[in-house]
Design a protein around this ligand. Structure first.
Ligand code: PLP
Length: 439
């Protein structure tokens, strides 16, 4: 083939028959999973060798969950930390810990994860949708406008690895006497203005599910500064009661006789999260470094905008969110990138339009739009204390900015093991595709 023809083919988009930028898939997203190694095996092995996988008692407890809670608190500056079985359980426990239930309304963003709204509905409260801004997190101005006399709490969700305008939201909550729950599931290790996420509100939740910055397959965490709330969280995450020094349930305290959800963290999960937590700076540092190299290299590309990250130093970097001029361009942009080889192995969701991001968008959650109930009586929608919300509409159209960003933005996962070649290929592909696709 002549040199000129080769040049033409390299410039022609792969989607139009040209030569792709790369043929090898990008690594899987799953940030923490790539870093599982000897350290995890050693600590998990210790638990297995001691035959003591339960945190509260056993033949020879290794105190993995205790150590994790202590080190996590010291590292991120939380007074109280509690390991639990998942991020979804953590959210439910947080809401119950704050005493939220029927008659209450909890503000949630329209870009979230189904767990956020599910925890609110299962608590008996009503979700109040709030619009997002270009941080892809709650827009403080929209929140201030939508707060009603029934609003009791705000669930601020640190989406896609970075904090948005959380300090402003915390200020609104303080001014309006609202409780603030920070869902940090997607942003463990992130900060804003030098303050770790989870330290702006009353209670914070984390997840260690496989897609998160660090992982034990499944697992979660709660953090709070409040001594009384912590006592309730401890009882609620277990069987409704605190435990004594021997690790046995203690029913004697009338102030702490509750209904627990059985969501304790096992020592196996604790051992894994402990090993992963000790690597969190390396994992997030790798993603942040790669992501911002890509963003910086693309900042002169006309028509390409990125998510607003108010504090890039506190970003953990697992996702590059790109905002295109319109939905049609966005579809073609992502298809063209995929054809250039900017995609992960089969089964990964490394390079997609936000329209393919499922239950992260409020109107894609049928149990919300159709007001489904787990019980035969339609609870909580039919509860007399919730009649204030009978005309709330959760279908598309409720949040104009959220709908617009859903339509015309794209998501690229930034794996925690991208090498220089991967980063260079991503930059080349973005520039090549943008030149043709963005008018
Ligand atoms: C924002 C958010 N909240 C909560 C959760 C729930 O976490 P888990 O899967 O550990 O229950 C997730 C992830 O799954 C999430 O992304």
């Amino acid at each position: 083939m002549s040199e000129q023809r080769q040049h033409e083919l390299a410039n022609l988009l792969a989607i139009d028959g040209g030569m792709p930028v790369r043929s090898k898939p990008l690594p899987w997203e799953l940030p923490g999973a790539h870093w599982i190694g000897e350290e995890e095996m050693e600590l998990v092995g210790q638990v297995i060798r001691a035959r003591s996988p339960f945190r509260f008692y056993g033949p020879d407890p290794q105190r993995m969950v205790d150590t994790l809670e202590r080190e996590w608190g010291a590292r991120f500056g939380h007074r109280h930390v509690l390991g639990v079985s998942s991020g979804t359980a953590a959210l439910s426990i947080a809401l119950s810990g704050l005493g939220i239930g029927p008659g209450d309304e909890v503000a949630v963003p329209g870009y979230l994860w189904v767990s956020c709204v599910s925890a609110v509905v299962r608590s008996g409260a009503i979700p109040l949708l709030v619009d997002i801004d270009e941080t892809f997190c709650i827009d403080p101005e929209d929140l201030a406008r939508r707060i009603s006399p029934n609003t009791r709490a705000v669930m601020y969700v640190h989406m896609s690895g970075a904090a948005g305008r959380v300090a402003e939201v915390a200020g609104i909550c303080r001014g309006r006497s609202l409780k603030l729950i920070e869902d940090c599931a997607q942003a463990a290790g992130a900060s804003s203005g030098g303050r770790a996420v989870g330290r702006f509100g009353d209670v914070a939740t984390f997840s260690f599910q496989l897609n998160k910055n660090i992982t034990s397959g499944d697992g979660g965490m709660l953090a709070t500064e409040d001594d009384n709330l912590f006592r309730r969280l401890v009882a609620l995450h277990d069987l409704g009661y605190p435990r004594n020094a021997a690790g046995r349930l203690d029913t004697s305290d009338a102030d702490c006789q509750l209904w627990g959800v059985g969501a304790r963290m096992s020592e196996l999960a604790g051992a894994m999260v402990l090993a992963q937590m000790r690597k969190i700076g390396q994992i997030t540092g790798a993603m942040r470094g790669a992501k911002w190299r890509i963003r910086d290299a693309l900042k002169d590309v006309k028509g390409l905008a990125f998510r607003n990250v108010p504090d890039p130093a506190g970003d953990t970097g697992p996702f590059l969110l790109t905002i295109l001029p319109d939905a049609e361009t966005c579809t073609r942009f992502v298809a063209a990138l995929q054809a250039e080889g900017i995609q992960g192995p089969p089964g990964s969701l490394a390079c997609i339009t936000m329209r393919d991001w499922g239950l992260h968008w409020y109107f894609n959650i049928p149990s919300l739009t159709e007001r489904r109930s787990n019980s035969h009586d339609g609870f909580p929608w039919t509860h007399p204390a919730n009649l204030f919300a009978r005309n709330y509409d959760y279908h598309r159209g409720a949040l104009p900015r959220c709908d617009d960003l859903h339509d015309r933005s794209a998501l690229l996962s930034i794996a925690s093991t991208l090498d220089d070649r991967d980063v260079a290929d991503i930059i080349t592909a973005f520039r090549k595709v943008a030149r043709v696709v963005i008018a």
